[in-house]
Design a protein around this ligand. Structure first.
Ligand code: ADP
Ligand code: MG
Length: 570
C-alpha cells in the first residue's frame, strides 16, 4: 500500500473548520451574518465565559424548514449562490456554505428554527459534526443557533484561546463593526445574563456611531463622501487630535462587509499625512461601495479579506474623499475660516438631502467658527497677552483664551513655506560671502556627492573639491541666522539612516522637516507683541495650522464654556 491515503471525513471537516472558526468571535460573526442574510430586524447574542462555554445567536429572520435546517448543516450547502457567475455578484454576507457545518464540527450545536409560514419549528442537535437528532418543536419564527463547548474536540485550538476578557472583547468588537454597517437592525449582546451592548434600530448611521464609539469620539468625527465612477466612498473621519497608538479606530467596510485591508488602511493613513504624528493612527469609518463584480470577497473562508480589480482607483478615491473633507475643515484650510458664514454653507455635511441625521456636528476646538453673522474668529480679534516661560504665547479672543506653542507654530509656518517653494523648484538660498570648507567622512561624502542636485534644491549648494571635501557656497534662507552646517549634517545623517539606495525624490519630507525645525523660533526665547501677533497671523494662513509637521498641537483654546465651568459659573 502506498503512503498517500485519503483523509477520513471527520478530519477533513475539522481541518476546514479551522479556517472559518478561529475563536468565539468568529462564531459570533458567522452566525450574525447568517441572521442578517435571513433579513432579521433584531439579533440577540448571548455568551458565557467569553464565548468558550456558550454562544447563542437568536434572530427574527425568515427561518428554515426542517429539511432546510438539516441541509444547512452539511458542508457546502447554501441558499445564497447557485452558479459560478453568482460568485461575482455577491450581495449577501455568506456564500461559501461552510460556516454552520464548520462550527458544528468543532462544538456541541443546537439549531432551533421556524419559518413564519409554518406552525411549528424544528430542533436539531449535533455534536462534533455528528447528528444526534432532530424533532418538531414549538418556537417563535426565526432562528436560534446555540454553540456549546467550542473546540471541545480540538484541544490544540482550545489552547490558543486567550483570556475570557480578550475573547469577550473580540466579540464586542466584531459586533460593533457589524452594527456600524447595519443601523437598521437591532443588536444586543449579553454576557452571563448581563447586557453589555445594545444597538437599537436606527435610521441613520450617525446615532449608531455614537453608540459604537461613544459620544465624545463621535462628536469629533466629520462626514465625507464622494463618487468616482462606480466607486462610492462614504464615511466619518475624526479630527487629527483623536489619533490613537494603533489602527483599531479605523473601521473599514466594503459593500457593508467589515474587512481588514492594507490598501484601505494605507489610504486612510495617507489622508492624514502630516496631520498626525508618524506612529499614530486616526479614527475613521470608511464605507466603500463598489460593483460586486469589481471586488473579490472569496479570498479566505473567514471573508475578512477582499481583492479589488482596480485597487489604484479605490486607493485614490479614498484619499481624495477624506482629504477633500479635511480641506474644508479648519485643520487644512483656515483661509476659508475667515469667510465664516460662507464656510458653513459650502460645508454641508449631508449633501443631496440623503442621510440627513442629527449627528452632533462640531468644529474642533481651535478656530471654531461661529455661524452667527459678524462673529468671526480672525487673528485681528486675538490680542496678545504675554509669554509664559518664554515658550507659550497667550492671546485673548472674544471666544476665550488661546495658547500657542511658539516653536511648534513657527515650525508649521516654515515647513509649509518650504514645501511650497520646494515644489516650485527650490527653496530660497542665501549665498555665503566666504564659502565654507566641509571635510566629511567617506560615507557622508558619498551621500553628498550622490545628492548634490537635491541638496542644492533644498538650498545647500556644494561644490566638490577633492575626495571628501566640499565648498559650501549657499545655505537655505530660513537658516541664514541659524546653524546651517549642523542642520546639513543632521540631514545627511537622516539620509544615511535610510540605508543604501535612498530615493531622495520620494523622501524630501523628513529633510524639509529637519530644516523647519532647525529654522523655527526656539522655545525659551523672548517674543514681543508684534512678533507674536505676526506669528499667529502666519499660522492662520497655513494649510493645516493646528499641528506642527511632527503632529504636535500648535495651539490650544480654552473656550468661554470651559472657563465658565472652571469658575463654577453654571
Ligand atoms: P452560507 O451563509 O455561506 O450560505 P452557512 O453554513 O453559514 O453558509 O449557512 C448555510 C445556509 O443555512 C444558508 O445559506 C442559509 O440558507 C441557511 N441559514 C443559516 N443560518 C440561517 C438563519 N439564521 N436564518 C435562516 N437561514 C439560515
Ligand atoms: Mg453563513
Amino acid at each position: 500500500m502506498g503512503k498517500i491515503k485519503s483523509l477520513p471525513p471527520e478530519i477533513i471537516a475539522k481541518i476546514a473548520a479551522g479556517e472559518v472558526v478561529e475563536r468565539p468571535a468568529s462564531v459570533v460573526k458567522e452566525l450574525i451574518e447568517n441572521a442578517l442574510d435571513a433579513g432579521s430586524r433584531s439579533i440577540k447574542v448571548e455568551v458565557q465565559a467569553g464565548g468558550r462555554k456558550f454562544i447563542r445567536v437568536t434572530d427574527d429572520g425568515e427561518g428554515m424548514s426542517s429539511e432546510e435546517a438539516l441541509l444547512s448543516l452539511q458542508r457546502y450547502t447554501t441558499s445564497k449562490i447557485a452558479r459560478i457567475e453568482d460568485l461575482f455578484a455577491i450581495q449577501t454576507f455568506g456564500f461559501r456554505g461552510e460556516a454552520l457545518s464548520s462550527i458544528a464540527a468543532v462544538s456541541r450545536m443546537k439549531i432551533i428554527s421556524r419559518k413564519d409560514s409554518q406552525l411549528s419549528g424544528v430542533e436539531i442537535k449535533m455534536e462534533g459534526g455528528t447528528l444526534l437528532g432532530s424533532e418538531e418543536t414549538g418556537c417563535p419564527p426565526g432562528t436560534s443557533v446555540e454553540v456549546r463547548d467550542l473546540f471541545f474536540n480540538v484541544p490544540a485550538r482550545l489552547k490558543f484561546l486567550k483570556t475570557l476578557g480578550t475573547e469577550l472583547g473580540q466579540i464586542g468588537e466584531v459586533m460593533a463593526k457589524i452594527a456600524l454597517a447595519n443601523p437598521q437592525t437591532q443588536f444586543q449582546l449579553f454576557h452571563e445574563g448581563r447586557a453589555l451592548a445594545h444597538y437599537p434600530v436606527r435610521d441613520d448611521l450617525s446615532s449608531r456611531i455614537v453608540e459604537a464609539l461613544g459620544k465624545e469620539v463621535a462628536g469629533k468625527m466629520f462626514f465625507y463622501r464622494s463618487r468616482n465612477g462606480g466607486v462610492k466612498v462614504t464615511g466619518y473621519a475624526g479630527e487629527p487630535g483623536l489619533n490613537r497608538p494603533n489602527g483599531r479606530g479605523i473601521y473599514l467596510f466594503v459593500n457593508r462587509r467589515p474587512v481588514r485591508d492594507r490598501l484601505l488602511t494605507h489610504a486612510v493613513m495617507e489622508s492624514y499625512r502630516n496631520l498626525i504624528p508618524k506612529d499614530r493612527y486616526p479614527v475613521a469609518l470608511l464605507f466603500l461601495e463598489v460593483p460586486p463584480s469589481e471586488v473579490d470577497v472569496n479570498v479566505h473562508p473567514s471573508k475578512w479579506e477582499v481583492k479589488f480589480s482596480d485597487s489604484e482607483t479605490v486607493h485614490r478615491s479614498v484619499i481624495r474623499s477624506i482629504r477633500e473633507m479635511l480641506e474644508r475643515t479648519p485643520w487644512l484650510k483656515p483661509s476659508s475660516v475667515q469667510k465664516g458664514s460662507e464656510l458653513r454653507e459650502s460645508f454641508d455635511p449631508y449633501p443631496q438631502g440623503e442621510e440627513k441625521s442629527s449627528f452632533p456636528f462640531s468644529w474642533p476646538q481651535t478656530f471654531r467658527v461661529e455661524s452667527r453673522a459678524g462673529v468671526q474668529e480672525t487673528t485681528s480679534s486675538f490680542s496678545f497677552l504675554g509669554q509664559i516661560k518664554q515658550t507659550y504665547l497667550t492671546f485673548a479672543s472674544p471666544e476665550g483664551l488661546i495658547l500657542v506653542d511658539q516653536h511648534a507654530a513657527h515650525e508649521r509656518i516654515l515647513w509649509e513655506k518650504l514645501l511650497e517653494k520646494f515644489s516650485q523648484g527650490g527653496v530660497g538660498k542665501q549665498p555665503l560671502l566666504l564659502p565654507e570648507v566641509m571635510d566629511l567622512p567617506a560615507d557622508e561624502a558619498k551621500i553628498v556627492e550622490d545628492h548634490l542636485a537635491d541638496l542644492a534644491r533644498m538650498g545647500f549648494e556644494m561644490e566638490p573639491s577633492g575626495r571628501r571635501t566640499f565648498w559650501l557656497k549657499s545655505t537655505p534662507e530660513i537658516l541664514a541666522k541659524r546653524e546651517p552646517i549642523e542642520t546639513l549634517k543632521e540631514m545627511i545623517n537622516e539620509i544615511s539612516s535610510w540605508g543604501g539606495d535612498a530615493d531622495l525624490q520620494r523622501s524630501f519630507d523628513p529633510l524639509l522637516k529637519i530644516m523647519a525645525c532647525r529654522g523655527a523660533i526656539q522655545a525659551s526665547r523672548h517674543m514681543g507683541r508684534e512678533e507674536a501677533q505676526a506669528l499667529l497671523a502666519d499660522l492662520q494662513n497655513c494649510n493645516s495650522p493646528s499641528h506642527c509637521p511632527h503632529g504636535r498641537p500648535t495651539l490650544l483654546k480654552i473656550g468661554l464654556a470651559e472657563l465658565e465651568k472652571m469658575f463654577a459659573r453654571r
